[in-house]
Design a protein around this ligand. Sequence first.
Ligand code: ATR
Length: 289
Amino acid sequence: MWRREVTAFSGAARVAGVVGAPVRQSLSPLIHNAWIAAAGLDAVYVPFSPEADKFDAFISGLRRGSMAGLNVTLPFKQAALALADRADEPARAAGAANLLLFDDAGAVEARNTDGIGLLYALDLQAPGWAAGSGVVVVLGAGGAARGAVAALVVAGFTVRIVNRTRERAVMLAQTFDGADAMEGERLADVFAEAFLVINATSAGLEGRGDLDPPLQALPPQAVVMDMVYRPLCTPLLRQAQARGLQTVDGLAMLVGQAIPSFQALFGRPVPPQVDVRALALAALEEGGQ
Ligand code: ATR
């Protein structure tokens, strides 16, 4: 059982949170409240789960309120961008927001820190990854993939998108210079020139006939990342490790997006002394994942 901190907060506490449906499984309250406790802030971070068709009304109710802001998770990331009064460049490029900030005038600002989280995870668990030459392969063409492609293209990488439903990959690639959609038949050729493969599908990808990543074709120094963190070591990461490849997990990305979120919500950097990854791992284990 991970250690629960008892945090006292006053009537003047700064309030922030996470909104999703479902939100029950979210690790963000655990992570942010651990940072709040370690920093000794008069603040609290709470989960919200409005009905899917009531999201806009829920946010409207918070405008000009005492809420500092909200992280946003599935299925509300696109809707969060759509309702915002202004948006940062990463949110516009990703077509989605994972952070909403409320100002005193009643305006809502959308931001996206998922791209920062992606690069943070790679830097942390595969240092030197960016020096690789060749292409990055992104598996998937949904919202998570779009965010990853946006961050990688902005960072100057050439991205090849592979998806079970190829038309979705084509549509996604059209949004970005520096990205294209791959034919399934050519997958081994594409993997042979990849220095990084990122799973951005919602599946753990255990040798599925319709999208069976040919890891054996990757160069030996390639890095394999999975944005899924339940389980932490997905079938894809297990296969990559069995091949001796470096791997990066989705929990590192979750922490990586939370760091700039905390700064934006509470106006200060995260306290370095608390190991939120260890707390999150304990919570995942306790939940049997
Ligand atoms: P998200 O916003 O989380 O990315 P999404 O928009 O539903 O969710 O996208 C899910 C992605 O996972 C898609 O790329 C989907 O492929 P399709 O476009 O063909 O549906 C992919 N996906 C889900 N289950 C999959 C599976 N079993 N094998 C391969 N790809 C899968």
